[in-house]
Every structure is written in structure tokens, then in C-alpha cells.
Design a protein around this ligand. Sequence first.
Ligand SMILES: Nc1nc2c(c(=O)[nH]1)N[C@H]1C(S)=C(S)[C@@H](COP(=O)(O)OP(=O)(O)OC[C@H]3O[C@@H](n4cnc5c(=O)[nH]c(N)nc54)[C@H](O)[C@@H]3O)O[C@H]1N2
Ligand SMILES: Nc1nc2c(c(=O)[nH]1)N[C@H]1C(S)=C(S)[C@@H](COP(=O)(O)OP(=O)(O)OC[C@H]3O[C@@H](n4cnc5c(=O)[nH]c(N)nc54)[C@H](O)[C@@H]3O)O[C@H]1N2
Ligand code: SF4
Ligand SMILES: [Mo]
Length: 688
Amino acid sequence: MAKEIVKTLCRMCDNRCGMHVFLEEGKVTGVEGNPDHPWNWGRLCSKGKAAPDIINAPDRILKPLKKTPQGWQEIGLEQALDEIADKIRQIQAQYGKRAMSAWKGEALGFNQEEEMVRRFCHAIGTPNYFSNDSQCFVCRYMAYRFLYGTGAYPFPDYANAKCIVIWGANPPAAHPFMTRMVMEGKQNGARIVAVDPRLSMIARQAHDFIPILPGTDGALALGLIKILTEKGWYDHDFVEKHAYGFEELQSYAARFDLDYVEEETGVSREAIEKLALLLYKSSPHVSIYIGNGTEHHVNGVNNSRAIASLIGLLGALDRKGGSRVLEGAGVRDMTLYEEIPLSHLDPIGADKFPVLYDQRHECHTMTAMDAILSGDPYPLRGMILTGANPASTNPNVAKVKKALASLDLFVVRELFMTETAELAHYILPSATFMERTEVFCHAPIHLLNLTPKVFSLPEVQDGYDFWHDLAHRLGAGEYFPWKDAEELNAWLLEPTGYTVEDLRAHPEGIVYQPHRYEKWKEAPLATPTGKVEFFSTYLKDFGMKGLPEYVSPSYKADPEHPFVLTTGARKLLFVHSRYHNIPRFHEACPEADLEMHPDDAAELAIADGERVSIESKIGAVEMKVRIVAENEIIRGCVHGIHSFIRDNVNEITIDSENDPISGFPLLKSIAVKIRKIKGEGSTPHQPD
Ligand SMILES: Nc1nc2c(c(=O)[nH]1)N[C@H]1C(S)=C(S)[C@@H](COP(=O)(O)OP(=O)(O)OC[C@H]3O[C@@H](n4cnc5c(=O)[nH]c(N)nc54)[C@H](O)[C@@H]3O)O[C@H]1N2
Ligand SMILES: Nc1nc2c(c(=O)[nH]1)N[C@H]1C(S)=C(S)[C@@H](COP(=O)(O)OP(=O)(O)OC[C@H]3O[C@@H](n4cnc5c(=O)[nH]c(N)nc54)[C@H](O)[C@@H]3O)O[C@H]1N2
Ligand code: SF4
Ligand SMILES: [Mo]
């Protein structure tokens, strides 16, 4: 039988590469890269190629399940939705509307899939919307927003750069096709610098690798700012006309004596001076990309803000070869916060992290676990969770499991039986990306796309149908007036000037607008002063520090725990807790390991492959040590991969020490002690 080809975007991760899906008798039999799609030009990574393994996985949940004293029982979809609606009504009658909550995870990303969850919260009158985002990108988001007033963060113009700094990120694992852009810049003559405690894949490709102690990036950035401002190596004209708070930043950075910066960061004075000179000589064609590595710390926002300040100082904002300020396509937003911000209903965590709620309209997941367990500040008794596995991916998973298991109603929309789904009262089978239709923008290249529903399965709902059906059962149908996701897409697209039909005719996407440089010449920035805010007037109005003040990470003052643990550097094969159930992926990388410097291992008499106990202040986990080469990790630092089924480092990551602005937890600068396990010998390690 002839194969049918449907053109879509891969969503095995959020890179959304152009993909051809081969269908035979309605079944997905293969995938290939779409050679016409300008994001990936026909290539797919190993996860993308494995999409059929996930779509057709034998362990996929395809029927609604209800937990009973006899175990999981299949239940009809309509009955499951009726029962869930009844229970929501009961909970809200007994404890108030805000006792219900919803959570969306990384598998759904942003835009409409996220917005429909938020809209449901509005529909049922609760402010308690949670997501993975408050431990994902929000520090960087805030950094750029406070400085430059942007929404999507400014994206490096790699191809035209003279210097590219990849700071706390590893695109070859996390954003494979962005690596191509970095390499294009390199071929065009850019010098590549990587700042990382580990010799990551991108660091191996860099001209200069700057190993840094975890969580000290802000000190390095401020040291650089000190040199640039003292020597006058910044864009005087841009700063004078378009920046606010330069003098304050300059005088604060002046305190960052290079001896102190060297001691604090582990980066030598010579390396700092060399980088400052390179930035100056390359300016304004300096592309800085800030990754997840800088933000999982108690100083996450200000680390990211200090680094991002360099863009403004060097006059690289929206300049050729600098950081481009992106423009949206004008797709409608489904949320209703402009009408009703819901802040009057005491969103969970908004008292502790008011900036998080004000900026993102989302609640703090880690505070939620405490609230569920204690009933303080009010009972939080029900949750609908979709596209997430926090019992594996959030810090302090023991607490997460205890809290989620204690809810009166816990509904999980999933593809598989996960650590989180196991705790649910109901598991509803969820559509994969091939079983839903979505509008999607590749913001960095201003490309608007529409993905079609490739096929569908009975009793497996897409997000829209689920939230729509539940809202209608709860008497809040007016919030979901669109018949289905197709009708919703038409509404979302209306202001863009493109129709569903236009986009269907262009599965390779439509460039909605060419990039325009130096837009700050035409209009003020969307910050309170209309300027680059080196000193944030917004934060000051919130009673916080206006400057990106540096706080030394807590592990430095903890002699009981002599190592610093960083976690979660991405592996190409896995996305957090996902894809371990693909047999060949599991075989290629069956175990989580702890990377360690050979001298540290020698000091503790630990052999390669030996299992050790790693203890943080909240508990201990055992992992297998992988001794790496001397230049592959900075001394005193160990790295643990996260969210493997066994040996999950999130047993010991810390939920209760948080960045005061974003609420981010400690995932990447944790004080730990490493102990040999009695009687443990050495076993050979598996390669990466
Ligand atoms: N294959 C795959 N791709 C993914 C994901 C995945 O799980 N798997 N996850 C997606 C998601 S949700 C995200 S948020 C992105 C993240 O994408 P990136 O931001 O590129 O994250 P990583 O690839 O983990 O790279 C982070 C780097 O920071 C380093 N690092 C750790 N601590 C520090 C520190 O204190 N300072 C500095 N300077 N560096 C540090 C790590 O060693 C690592 O090399 O990836 C996305 N893409
Ligand atoms: N220690 C440590 N922990 C970390 C990090 C770290 O660096 N270190 N990184 C953090 C970051 S940046 C992030 S973003 C979070 C991510 O954490 P989560 O949001 O929990 O992401 P995943 O583990 O990818 O879980 C996604 C779940 O959604 C399911 N799923 C897949 N596709 C679909 C779909 O189409 N619909 C539905 N309903 N479900 C689907 C998958 O089966 C999977 O169980 O992890 C964080 N955890
Ligand atoms: S990077 Fe890989 S998994 Fe992610 S969208 Fe592209 S092909 Fe799919
Ligand atoms: Mo993330």
C-alpha cells in the first residue's frame, strides 16, 4: 500500500524540527526530516527519528484508568470526565475554588497548549496554575525583561558575530540545530567561548573554554563589567542615549576586584582579562547565549542579569552580530489575566515570590508541595496535571510524591505510567504531538507554522477537547467556545493576517517578517524608563535591589559538605524523565552517573564505576561514579544527571533554598558530601 506523507513539526523536544510522517493504514510507520524546513533542513536527531517508537510504544496508555482498591481499572472516557467533574465540584464546595489547581509540563511547552490550562484555571476560579517553567527558563526571561523589556529573549545573530559566548548552555545536546548556527558563526570567523564547570560538547568546539565554579557566573560577569567600564571599553554613545543606571552599575562592579573574582569563580585573572579584551575588540558583534546552567541557583536571576548586561554595555543589542530583539507574529493569547489577574485570590507562593507571580502569572511548585501537606495558607486539595512528571523532575522528589499522593483528586494526562502518574486517582490517555493541531512560531527566525493532526485514536483526547469537555461539565463552557482545536487555531491566527489555509499550504512555515536591526532607534524599549535598565526600576518598586547584586552560593560556606553538585546537563537521548522506555536508548545509557575529577576521586580512594553515597542537607542518593579526564570538570565539582528511574539525583536537590526573585530551586550549586559505600568495589563504567 502507498505511503501517505504528512508534514508536521517534531515535538519529541521543543526544538520543533520540520518532519515528514509516513502513514500506512492510519499507522505511523516512519519519519524523516523535512528538507524544506529552514529550522533543520531535513535532519532529525536520534530522538526525532525515534518518534514512532513513542507514538506506537507497547506500554502507551490508551484507555482512561481509575485507581481502585483492586488496582488500576479501565473506565470509559465520558464516565471518567463525569466523575472528575463531580469531584472538582465537591472539593470547591468544601474548600473553596482555589483548592483546585492545574499543572502543565515541559512536554507541552508554551503557547496554546499552556494557555488552555491557564484558561481552565480562570474558568473554575482558581489562581493556582503551576508549571515546569518556574524551574526552567524564568530566571533568564526575567533578566532580559528587566534589562531590555523583551518577551522572547533576544537571540544571538550567530552568523554575523565576531565573538560568540555560550554561557551555561550546551546546544549540541539541548538544541542540536542551533549548534549549526553557532558553527556557521565559527566558520565566518567568530571566536567561540564557552563558560561551564564541565567540558561540554560545545566547550570542546570552542576556542576558549572557561571552567567556572557553579553558581558564580554573576561574579565573573561583574568582573568583566568592572574591566569594561574602567577601561572605557563600552559603547559610550549607546549607553548615554539608551541606558538607565550605568553609573550605579559601574560603581557596583568596581567592587569586583579581580583577585576576589578569581578566588570566587575559579577563573584565572588572565582568563578574565583576555575575555574582556575579546568582548571589547569584537563589539558590537558579540553574541551571548545564556543557558540553564546560570539559573538553577539562589542567585539565578541576578547571575543571568549581570551576564545579559554585557549585551547592552557592548552596544550589541539588536545589532548585526549581536543579540536580536525578536518580533512576534501577533498570534492571539488565550489567557485572561489582563481582564482578571487573579492575584486577589492569593496564588500559592505569590507572597514569597511576588515577582514570579507578577511577571509570569504562575504559582510556585515547591511552595505548593508544602501547602498541600500543611493546608497552609489554605487547603490545596485537587490537581490536574498534564505533560509533566514532577515526581521525577522537581527537587526533593520524596516530598513531591508525599504531597501529590495526599491530594483528594489527582488527575494525570499522560502517555505512560510514570512516577507521577502512579500517584493519580485517574490517568487519562493524552494525544501526542501527532494527534493534535497547533500553531507554532520559531521566534528566532520569525517563522509561523501550523502542525496538522496526523491521526487520532479513540478515547485519546487532545488538550483542547479535554479542557473544553471538563469546563462544559462544570458550567464554565463559555470559556471554551470553540468547537475544536481547528476552530481555535483560526481564532488564534486572525490578527496575524495568515489563515489556517495559508499555513496548511506551507508546512515549511511562513516568515512573517524579516528581521529589523536597531529598533531602539525608532521606539523606546518596553521597560519602565523606555531604556536599557542596568538598574531595574521595576525591581526597586517591588522593594528589591535594582542592581544585579551578587550573592555567593551557599555551598561555599558549608565545610560539612565539601563538594558542589551540579545536575541536569542534557543528554541528547533523553528529555528529562522521557525516553528511557525506548529500549535502544536505555541500552545506550542504562544508568545515571556522577562525573568526578580524577584528583577528587583519588583523594577519596574512589574507583571508576564505584557506587558512592552523595549526601545533601535533605538526604542521600547512591550513584555510580564516572571519573572523567582532568580538563572535563572543575575540581571540587561533581555532576549528576537527573530523572533516571533509578538513582535520581532529585532525591537530594533542594526545594527550600530559592532565588528570591524567581523562586528557582537549588539544582546546580548544592553542597554535598560524598561517601564510599562499605564493601563497594569497582565495576567498569558504561560510555556516554
Ligand atoms: N536532549 C535534550 N534536549 C533538551 C532537554 C533535555 O532534557 N534533553 N531539555 C530542554 C529544556 S527544558 C531546557 S531548559 C534546555 C536547556 O538547554 P541548555 O541551557 O543548553 O542546558 P544544558 O544542555 O543542560 O547545558 C547547561 C550547561 O550548563 C553547565 N552548568 C552547570 N552548572 C553551571 C553553572 O553554575 N554555571 C555555568 N556557567 N554553567 C553551568 C552544564 O555543565 C551544561 O553544560 O534544553 C532543552 N533541550
Ligand atoms: N536535577 C535537575 N532537575 C531538573 C532539571 C535540571 O537541570 N536538574 N531541569 C528542569 C527543567 S529545565 C525542566 S523544563 C523540568 C521538566 O520537567 P517535566 O515538565 O516534568 O518534564 P518531563 O520529565 O519531560 O515530563 C514530561 C511528561 O509528559 C509526558 N508527555 C509526553 N508527551 C506528552 C503529550 O503530548 N501530552 C501529555 N499530556 N503528556 C506528554 C511524558 O511521558 C512525561 O512523563 O525538569 C527540571 N528538572
Ligand atoms: S531536536 Fe530532535 S527531538 Fe528535538 S524537535 Fe528536532 S528532531 Fe525532534
Ligand atoms: Mo527546561
